[in-house]
Design a protein around this ligand. Structure first.
Ligand SMILES: *Cc1c(COP(=O)(O)O)cnc(C)c1O
Length: 438
Protein backbone atom coordinates (compact mmCIF):
# COMPACT_ATOMS: atom_id res chain seq x y z
CA UNK A 1 0.00 0.00 0.00
CA UNK A 2 1.44 3.36 -1.07
CA UNK A 3 0.35 5.45 1.89
CA UNK A 4 1.69 8.75 0.55
CA UNK A 5 -0.34 8.40 -2.61
CA UNK A 6 -3.46 7.37 -0.70
CA UNK A 7 -3.21 10.35 1.64
CA UNK A 8 -3.07 12.68 -1.35
CA UNK A 9 -6.65 11.64 -2.24
CA UNK A 10 -8.15 14.23 0.10
CA UNK A 11 -6.56 17.29 1.74
CA UNK A 12 -7.94 16.26 5.14
CA UNK A 13 -6.24 12.87 5.11
CA UNK A 14 -2.67 13.98 5.96
CA UNK A 15 -4.03 15.87 8.97
CA UNK A 16 -6.13 12.92 10.09
CA UNK A 17 -3.09 10.67 9.70
CA UNK A 18 -1.17 13.09 11.93
CA UNK A 19 -3.86 12.57 14.62
CA UNK A 20 -5.15 16.12 14.33
CA UNK A 21 -8.76 17.04 14.87
CA UNK A 22 -10.37 17.50 11.48
CA UNK A 23 -13.69 18.31 9.85
CA UNK A 24 -14.15 16.28 6.68
CA UNK A 25 -16.89 17.06 4.20
CA UNK A 26 -17.89 14.13 2.02
CA UNK A 27 -17.58 15.20 -1.60
CA UNK A 28 -19.08 11.88 -2.65
CA UNK A 29 -22.49 12.70 -1.20
CA UNK A 30 -25.31 12.63 -3.76
CA UNK A 31 -28.88 13.89 -3.80
CA UNK A 32 -30.81 11.25 -1.87
CA UNK A 33 -33.00 10.38 -4.83
CA UNK A 34 -29.89 9.41 -6.80
CA UNK A 35 -28.13 7.67 -3.92
CA UNK A 36 -31.18 5.58 -3.03
CA UNK A 37 -31.13 3.94 -6.46
CA UNK A 38 -27.70 2.45 -5.87
CA UNK A 39 -28.53 1.00 -2.44
CA UNK A 40 -29.96 -2.53 -2.66
CA UNK A 41 -32.58 -2.08 0.09
CA UNK A 42 -34.79 0.61 1.52
CA UNK A 43 -38.01 1.38 3.37
CA UNK A 44 -39.41 -2.16 3.09
CA UNK A 45 -36.51 -3.70 5.02
CA UNK A 46 -36.69 -1.11 7.78
CA UNK A 47 -40.47 -1.50 8.03
CA UNK A 48 -39.99 -5.27 8.32
CA UNK A 49 -37.60 -4.73 11.25
CA UNK A 50 -40.02 -2.31 12.92
CA UNK A 51 -42.87 -4.81 12.55
CA UNK A 52 -40.74 -7.59 14.04
CA UNK A 53 -39.86 -5.46 17.06
CA UNK A 54 -43.56 -4.82 17.51
CA UNK A 55 -44.32 -8.56 17.47
CA UNK A 56 -41.71 -9.09 20.15
CA UNK A 57 -42.92 -6.29 22.44
CA UNK A 58 -45.07 -8.59 24.63
CA UNK A 59 -42.11 -10.94 25.11
CA UNK A 60 -39.73 -8.07 25.94
CA UNK A 61 -42.24 -6.74 28.44
CA UNK A 62 -42.33 -10.19 30.07
CA UNK A 63 -38.53 -10.62 30.14
CA UNK A 64 -37.65 -7.01 30.98
CA UNK A 65 -40.50 -5.32 32.88
CA UNK A 66 -38.46 -2.10 32.97
CA UNK A 67 -39.20 -1.65 29.26
CA UNK A 68 -42.80 -0.80 30.18
CA UNK A 69 -44.67 -1.48 26.95
CA UNK A 70 -41.91 -3.73 25.62
CA UNK A 71 -40.65 -1.10 23.21
CA UNK A 72 -37.02 -0.19 23.86
CA UNK A 73 -36.83 3.53 23.13
CA UNK A 74 -35.08 6.58 24.54
CA UNK A 75 -36.13 10.16 25.22
CA UNK A 76 -35.27 13.13 23.04
CA UNK A 77 -34.38 15.99 25.37
CA UNK A 78 -33.78 19.67 24.69
CA UNK A 79 -30.44 20.67 26.25
CA UNK A 80 -30.43 24.48 25.96
CA UNK A 81 -27.86 25.04 28.72
CA UNK A 82 -25.38 22.73 27.00
CA UNK A 83 -26.24 24.38 23.71
CA UNK A 84 -25.43 27.77 25.20
CA UNK A 85 -22.03 26.54 26.37
CA UNK A 86 -21.29 25.32 22.85
CA UNK A 87 -22.81 28.35 21.13
CA UNK A 88 -25.55 26.29 19.52
CA UNK A 89 -29.23 27.15 19.48
CA UNK A 90 -31.85 24.38 19.30
CA UNK A 91 -29.69 21.53 20.53
CA UNK A 92 -31.32 18.23 21.45
CA UNK A 93 -29.90 15.06 22.97
CA UNK A 94 -31.10 11.67 21.73
CA UNK A 95 -30.60 9.66 24.88
CA UNK A 96 -29.79 6.14 23.75
CA UNK A 97 -27.48 6.34 26.74
CA UNK A 98 -30.64 5.53 28.72
CA UNK A 99 -31.97 2.67 26.60
CA UNK A 100 -33.32 -0.22 28.65
CA UNK A 101 -31.51 -3.57 28.91
CA UNK A 102 -28.17 -2.53 27.38
CA UNK A 103 -27.76 1.17 28.31
CA UNK A 104 -26.42 2.03 24.89
CA UNK A 105 -27.31 2.38 21.22
CA UNK A 106 -26.47 -1.34 20.91
CA UNK A 107 -29.84 -2.11 22.47
CA UNK A 108 -31.27 -1.29 19.04
CA UNK A 109 -29.28 -3.47 16.65
CA UNK A 110 -28.03 -6.11 19.05
CA UNK A 111 -31.34 -6.98 20.61
CA UNK A 112 -33.06 -6.89 17.24
CA UNK A 113 -30.62 -9.39 15.75
CA UNK A 114 -31.01 -11.86 18.64
CA UNK A 115 -34.80 -11.60 18.35
CA UNK A 116 -34.75 -12.11 14.59
CA UNK A 117 -32.52 -15.18 14.91
CA UNK A 118 -34.78 -16.55 17.65
CA UNK A 119 -37.91 -15.98 15.60
CA UNK A 120 -36.41 -17.87 12.67
CA UNK A 121 -35.43 -20.80 14.90
CA UNK A 122 -38.77 -20.82 16.72
CA UNK A 123 -40.82 -20.79 13.51
CA UNK A 124 -38.73 -23.64 12.06
CA UNK A 125 -39.04 -25.70 15.23
CA UNK A 126 -42.76 -25.02 15.64
CA UNK A 127 -42.31 -23.17 18.93
CA UNK A 128 -44.25 -20.41 17.19
CA UNK A 129 -47.00 -21.36 14.76
CA UNK A 130 -46.69 -18.14 12.77
CA UNK A 131 -45.85 -14.48 13.09
CA UNK A 132 -49.23 -13.71 14.63
CA UNK A 133 -48.73 -16.28 17.41
CA UNK A 134 -48.30 -15.20 21.04
CA UNK A 135 -44.57 -14.43 21.30
CA UNK A 136 -44.58 -14.76 25.09
CA UNK A 137 -44.52 -18.51 24.36
CA UNK A 138 -40.79 -18.01 23.85
CA UNK A 139 -40.45 -17.47 27.60
CA UNK A 140 -41.94 -20.86 28.55
CA UNK A 141 -39.71 -23.64 29.99
CA UNK A 142 -39.93 -25.62 26.72
CA UNK A 143 -38.70 -22.68 24.69
CA UNK A 144 -35.95 -21.91 27.19
CA UNK A 145 -34.76 -25.53 27.05
CA UNK A 146 -34.70 -25.24 23.25
CA UNK A 147 -32.58 -22.08 23.35
CA UNK A 148 -30.36 -23.48 26.11
CA UNK A 149 -29.04 -26.09 23.66
CA UNK A 150 -27.84 -23.28 21.43
CA UNK A 151 -25.18 -20.59 21.60
CA UNK A 152 -25.08 -16.97 20.58
CA UNK A 153 -21.60 -15.46 20.32
CA UNK A 154 -20.20 -12.03 19.55
CA UNK A 155 -16.88 -10.20 19.53
CA UNK A 156 -17.15 -6.82 21.20
CA UNK A 157 -15.37 -3.82 22.67
CA UNK A 158 -18.08 -3.83 25.30
CA UNK A 159 -21.50 -2.43 24.58
CA UNK A 160 -22.44 -4.78 21.76
CA UNK A 161 -21.45 -7.65 24.02
CA UNK A 162 -23.70 -6.30 26.74
CA UNK A 163 -26.65 -6.02 24.38
CA UNK A 164 -26.23 -9.42 22.69
CA UNK A 165 -25.26 -11.10 25.94
CA UNK A 166 -28.17 -9.75 27.98
CA UNK A 167 -30.79 -10.56 25.36
CA UNK A 168 -29.43 -14.03 24.58
CA UNK A 169 -29.06 -14.99 28.23
CA UNK A 170 -32.58 -13.75 28.99
CA UNK A 171 -33.98 -16.12 26.36
CA UNK A 172 -31.95 -18.99 27.78
CA UNK A 173 -29.15 -19.27 25.21
CA UNK A 174 -25.57 -20.01 26.17
CA UNK A 175 -24.32 -16.49 25.56
CA UNK A 176 -20.61 -16.03 24.90
CA UNK A 177 -18.96 -12.64 24.49
CA UNK A 178 -15.41 -12.42 23.16
CA UNK A 179 -13.94 -9.20 24.54
CA UNK A 180 -10.86 -7.24 23.63
CA UNK A 181 -8.36 -6.00 26.19
CA UNK A 182 -9.71 -2.44 26.10
CA UNK A 183 -13.17 -3.48 27.34
CA UNK A 184 -13.97 -2.10 30.78
CA UNK A 185 -13.81 -4.45 33.76
CA UNK A 186 -17.28 -3.48 35.03
CA UNK A 187 -18.82 -4.55 31.74
CA UNK A 188 -17.26 -7.99 32.06
CA UNK A 189 -18.46 -8.21 35.67
CA UNK A 190 -21.95 -7.10 34.69
CA UNK A 191 -22.23 -9.72 31.96
CA UNK A 192 -20.92 -12.53 34.15
CA UNK A 193 -23.40 -11.55 36.84
CA UNK A 194 -26.17 -12.06 34.26
CA UNK A 195 -25.03 -15.53 33.24
CA UNK A 196 -23.00 -14.56 30.18
CA UNK A 197 -19.63 -16.24 29.50
CA UNK A 198 -16.92 -13.64 28.86
CA UNK A 199 -13.73 -14.67 27.09
CA UNK A 200 -10.94 -12.10 27.19
CA UNK A 201 -8.27 -11.48 24.56
CA UNK A 202 -4.99 -9.64 24.91
CA UNK A 203 -5.23 -8.21 21.39
CA UNK A 204 -7.56 -5.61 19.96
CA UNK A 205 -11.16 -5.78 18.85
CA UNK A 206 -10.34 -7.34 15.47
CA UNK A 207 -8.63 -10.26 17.22
CA UNK A 208 -11.59 -10.90 19.53
CA UNK A 209 -13.97 -10.92 16.58
CA UNK A 210 -11.77 -13.25 14.54
CA UNK A 211 -11.39 -15.82 17.32
CA UNK A 212 -15.02 -15.61 18.36
CA UNK A 213 -16.14 -16.19 14.81
CA UNK A 214 -13.82 -19.18 14.35
CA UNK A 215 -15.08 -20.76 17.55
CA UNK A 216 -18.71 -20.21 16.59
CA UNK A 217 -18.32 -21.39 12.99
CA UNK A 218 -16.92 -24.69 14.26
CA UNK A 219 -20.16 -25.33 16.18
CA UNK A 220 -23.39 -25.97 14.23
CA UNK A 221 -25.49 -25.05 17.29
CA UNK A 222 -23.86 -21.64 17.53
CA UNK A 223 -24.83 -18.32 15.95
CA UNK A 224 -22.27 -15.55 15.52
CA UNK A 225 -23.29 -11.91 15.43
CA UNK A 226 -21.08 -10.25 12.83
CA UNK A 227 -20.69 -6.60 13.81
CA UNK A 228 -18.93 -5.74 10.55
CA UNK A 229 -21.31 -7.26 8.02
CA UNK A 230 -24.67 -7.81 9.68
CA UNK A 231 -27.67 -6.46 7.79
CA UNK A 232 -29.91 -7.40 10.72
CA UNK A 233 -27.96 -5.18 13.11
CA UNK A 234 -28.13 -2.41 10.52
CA UNK A 235 -31.91 -2.61 10.08
CA UNK A 236 -32.42 -2.82 13.82
CA UNK A 237 -30.52 0.45 14.20
CA UNK A 238 -32.40 2.02 11.29
CA UNK A 239 -35.74 1.70 13.13
CA UNK A 240 -34.49 4.51 15.40
CA UNK A 241 -35.31 7.03 12.68
CA UNK A 242 -39.10 6.62 12.64
CA UNK A 243 -39.13 6.71 16.44
CA UNK A 244 -37.12 9.94 16.38
CA UNK A 245 -39.41 11.41 13.70
CA UNK A 246 -42.42 10.82 15.96
CA UNK A 247 -40.63 12.56 18.84
CA UNK A 248 -39.69 15.54 16.67
CA UNK A 249 -43.25 15.83 15.42
CA UNK A 250 -44.58 15.65 18.99
CA UNK A 251 -42.22 18.48 19.92
CA UNK A 252 -43.45 20.56 16.95
CA UNK A 253 -40.03 20.56 15.35
CA UNK A 254 -40.22 20.72 11.57
CA UNK A 255 -37.69 19.16 9.25
CA UNK A 256 -37.83 20.49 5.70
CA UNK A 257 -35.77 22.50 3.22
CA UNK A 258 -36.19 25.67 5.33
CA UNK A 259 -35.56 23.82 8.61
CA UNK A 260 -32.62 21.45 8.15
CA UNK A 261 -31.84 18.75 10.68
CA UNK A 262 -28.21 18.14 11.67
CA UNK A 263 -27.40 14.89 13.44
CA UNK A 264 -24.03 13.96 14.98
CA UNK A 265 -23.36 10.31 15.83
CA UNK A 266 -20.25 8.68 17.35
CA UNK A 267 -18.86 6.00 15.05
CA UNK A 268 -16.92 2.81 15.68
CA UNK A 269 -17.19 0.07 13.07
CA UNK A 270 -20.11 1.99 11.55
CA UNK A 271 -23.15 -0.23 12.07
CA UNK A 272 -25.00 1.84 14.66
CA UNK A 273 -24.44 5.30 13.18
CA UNK A 274 -24.78 3.90 9.66
CA UNK A 275 -28.11 2.23 10.37
CA UNK A 276 -29.48 5.34 12.08
CA UNK A 277 -28.22 7.57 9.27
CA UNK A 278 -29.78 5.31 6.65
CA UNK A 279 -33.13 5.37 8.45
CA UNK A 280 -33.00 9.15 8.73
CA UNK A 281 -32.18 9.62 5.05
CA UNK A 282 -35.12 7.38 4.10
CA UNK A 283 -37.43 9.67 6.06
CA UNK A 284 -35.96 13.10 5.52
CA UNK A 285 -33.85 12.77 2.37
CA UNK A 286 -31.78 15.84 1.62
CA UNK A 287 -33.19 17.75 4.59
CA UNK A 288 -31.19 15.73 7.12
CA UNK A 289 -27.43 16.15 7.35
CA UNK A 290 -25.68 13.34 9.17
CA UNK A 291 -22.12 13.58 10.48
CA UNK A 292 -20.12 10.89 12.25
CA UNK A 293 -17.61 11.58 15.01
CA UNK A 294 -14.51 9.47 15.63
CA UNK A 295 -11.44 9.61 17.91
CA UNK A 296 -8.29 11.14 16.42
CA UNK A 297 -6.42 7.83 16.80
CA UNK A 298 -9.24 5.67 15.38
CA UNK A 299 -10.93 7.52 12.50
CA UNK A 300 -11.50 4.30 10.58
CA UNK A 301 -14.73 5.23 8.79
CA UNK A 302 -13.28 8.58 7.73
CA UNK A 303 -10.24 6.80 6.27
CA UNK A 304 -12.38 4.23 4.48
CA UNK A 305 -14.70 6.85 2.98
CA UNK A 306 -12.16 9.56 2.14
CA UNK A 307 -9.86 7.08 0.38
CA UNK A 308 -12.69 5.07 -1.11
CA UNK A 309 -10.95 1.94 0.15
CA UNK A 310 -13.62 1.22 2.81
CA UNK A 311 -12.50 -1.84 4.82
CA UNK A 312 -9.43 -2.12 2.60
CA UNK A 313 -7.64 0.32 4.90
CA UNK A 314 -7.14 0.50 8.66
CA UNK A 315 -5.90 3.29 10.92
CA UNK A 316 -2.60 1.49 11.55
CA UNK A 317 -1.87 1.66 7.82
CA UNK A 318 -1.45 5.44 8.13
CA UNK A 319 0.50 5.31 11.39
CA UNK A 320 -2.30 5.80 13.90
CA UNK A 321 -2.59 3.60 16.99
CA UNK A 322 -6.32 2.83 17.11
CA UNK A 323 -6.06 3.37 20.86
CA UNK A 324 -8.54 5.66 22.59
CA UNK A 325 -10.29 6.29 25.89
CA UNK A 326 -13.54 6.06 23.88
CA UNK A 327 -13.79 2.28 24.17
CA UNK A 328 -17.02 2.14 22.16
CA UNK A 329 -15.19 3.72 19.23
CA UNK A 330 -11.87 1.85 19.48
CA UNK A 331 -12.08 0.30 16.03
CA UNK A 332 -9.22 0.30 13.53
CA UNK A 333 -10.99 -0.97 10.44
CA UNK A 334 -14.47 0.13 9.34
CA UNK A 335 -17.30 -2.05 8.09
CA UNK A 336 -17.03 -2.22 4.31
CA UNK A 337 -20.72 -3.03 4.08
CA UNK A 338 -21.67 0.13 5.96
CA UNK A 339 -19.02 2.29 4.27
CA UNK A 340 -20.36 1.51 0.82
CA UNK A 341 -23.89 2.47 1.87
CA UNK A 342 -22.71 5.65 3.59
CA UNK A 343 -20.50 6.83 0.71
CA UNK A 344 -23.33 8.68 -1.13
CA UNK A 345 -25.35 9.54 2.02
CA UNK A 346 -23.06 10.88 4.73
CA UNK A 347 -22.44 14.63 4.96
CA UNK A 348 -19.09 14.33 6.72
CA UNK A 349 -17.09 13.50 9.80
CA UNK A 350 -15.40 15.18 12.73
CA UNK A 351 -12.52 13.73 14.71
CA UNK A 352 -11.95 14.49 18.36
CA UNK A 353 -9.09 14.25 20.86
CA UNK A 354 -9.81 12.06 23.87
CA UNK A 355 -9.22 14.89 26.33
CA UNK A 356 -12.04 16.88 24.83
CA UNK A 357 -14.47 14.00 25.42
CA UNK A 358 -14.00 14.45 29.16
CA UNK A 359 -14.50 18.21 28.79
CA UNK A 360 -17.83 17.60 27.04
CA UNK A 361 -18.74 15.01 29.67
CA UNK A 362 -18.19 17.56 32.46
CA UNK A 363 -19.96 20.37 30.61
CA UNK A 364 -23.05 18.22 30.00
CA UNK A 365 -23.08 17.03 33.60
CA UNK A 366 -22.65 20.56 34.98
CA UNK A 367 -25.06 22.31 32.62
CA UNK A 368 -27.83 19.72 32.28
CA UNK A 369 -27.23 17.18 35.05
CA UNK A 370 -26.97 14.40 32.49
CA UNK A 371 -24.26 11.75 32.42
CA UNK A 372 -23.16 10.00 29.22
CA UNK A 373 -20.02 7.94 28.63
CA UNK A 374 -16.89 9.36 26.96
CA UNK A 375 -17.51 7.60 23.63
CA UNK A 376 -20.95 9.18 23.42
CA UNK A 377 -19.49 12.64 24.06
CA UNK A 378 -17.84 12.54 20.63
CA UNK A 379 -21.20 13.71 19.25
CA UNK A 380 -20.57 17.15 20.74
CA UNK A 381 -17.52 17.59 18.54
CA UNK A 382 -20.01 17.71 15.68
CA UNK A 383 -22.04 20.39 17.42
CA UNK A 384 -18.93 22.45 18.18
CA UNK A 385 -17.79 22.20 14.56
CA UNK A 386 -21.23 23.16 13.26
CA UNK A 387 -21.07 26.51 15.02
CA UNK A 388 -17.41 27.34 14.50
CA UNK A 389 -15.65 25.36 11.77
CA UNK A 390 -15.13 27.15 8.44
CA UNK A 391 -15.74 23.83 6.67
CA UNK A 392 -19.25 23.75 8.11
CA UNK A 393 -19.96 27.35 7.11
CA UNK A 394 -18.93 26.41 3.56
CA UNK A 395 -21.13 23.33 3.72
CA UNK A 396 -24.14 25.42 4.71
CA UNK A 397 -23.45 27.97 1.97
CA UNK A 398 -22.95 25.37 -0.74
CA UNK A 399 -26.15 23.61 0.22
CA UNK A 400 -28.15 26.81 0.60
CA UNK A 401 -28.97 26.12 4.25
CA UNK A 402 -30.28 28.67 6.71
CA UNK A 403 -28.37 27.63 9.81
CA UNK A 404 -30.39 30.00 11.98
CA UNK A 405 -33.32 27.63 11.49
CA UNK A 406 -31.41 24.37 11.89
CA UNK A 407 -32.10 21.82 14.62
CA UNK A 408 -29.08 19.94 15.96
CA UNK A 409 -29.18 16.50 17.55
CA UNK A 410 -26.26 15.00 19.44
CA UNK A 411 -26.76 11.23 19.55
CA UNK A 412 -25.79 10.07 23.04
CA UNK A 413 -24.83 6.48 22.36
CA UNK A 414 -24.19 5.11 25.83
CA UNK A 415 -23.84 5.63 29.57
CA UNK A 416 -26.63 4.26 31.73
CA UNK A 417 -24.83 1.15 32.96
CA UNK A 418 -21.61 2.94 33.93
CA UNK A 419 -21.19 2.48 37.70
CA UNK A 420 -21.14 5.57 39.97
CA UNK A 421 -17.46 5.23 40.93
CA UNK A 422 -16.52 4.99 37.27
CA UNK A 423 -18.57 8.11 36.51
CA UNK A 424 -16.60 9.98 39.17
CA UNK A 425 -13.34 8.83 37.61
CA UNK A 426 -14.47 10.06 34.19
CA UNK A 427 -15.66 13.36 35.62
CA UNK A 428 -12.25 14.00 37.14
CA UNK A 429 -10.17 12.87 34.18
CA UNK A 430 -8.16 15.63 32.51
CA UNK A 431 -5.80 14.90 29.67
CA UNK A 432 -3.04 17.37 28.85
CA UNK A 433 -2.85 18.91 25.36
CA UNK A 434 0.57 17.27 24.89
CA UNK A 435 -0.99 13.89 25.57
CA UNK A 436 -4.43 14.15 24.01
CA UNK A 437 -5.06 10.42 23.64
CA UNK A 438 -3.98 7.05 24.98
C1 LIG B 1 -20.81 0.85 19.57
C2 LIG B 1 -20.86 2.24 20.00
C3 LIG B 1 -20.81 3.28 19.07
C4 LIG B 1 -20.62 3.09 17.59
O1 LIG B 1 -21.30 2.02 16.98
P1 LIG B 1 -20.62 1.23 15.79
O2 LIG B 1 -21.66 0.33 15.29
O3 LIG B 1 -19.45 0.47 16.36
O4 LIG B 1 -20.15 2.24 14.80
C5 LIG B 1 -20.89 4.56 19.57
N1 LIG B 1 -20.99 4.82 20.89
C6 LIG B 1 -21.04 3.84 21.80
C7 LIG B 1 -21.16 4.18 23.24
C8 LIG B 1 -20.97 2.52 21.39
O5 LIG B 1 -21.01 1.54 22.30
Amino acid sequence: MDVRKILAEDPVLPQAAAAQEVVWINRGRMPFGVAAKQIPFGKAEVADAAARLKRFAPLLRALFPETGDGVIESPLTAIPAMGKRLGCERLLLKRDSDLAVAGSVKARGGIYEVLKHSETLALEAGLLTGIDDDYTRLATPDARAFFARRKVQVGSTGNLGVSIGMMSAALGYQAIVHMSADAKQWKKDYLRAHGVTVIEYAGDYGKAVEQGRAESDADPMSYFVDDENSKDLFFGYAVAAERLAAQLAAANISVNAEHPLFVYIPCGVGGAPGGIAFGLKLLYGDNVHVFFAEPIQAPCMLLGLATGLQNGICVQDVGLTGLTHADGLAVGRPSGFVGRIMAPLLSGEMTVADGRLYDYLRTLRDSEGIFIEPSACAAFQGVAAAVSAPEMADYARQNGLDMARATHIAWATGGKLVPQEQRQVFYHTHLSPENPSL
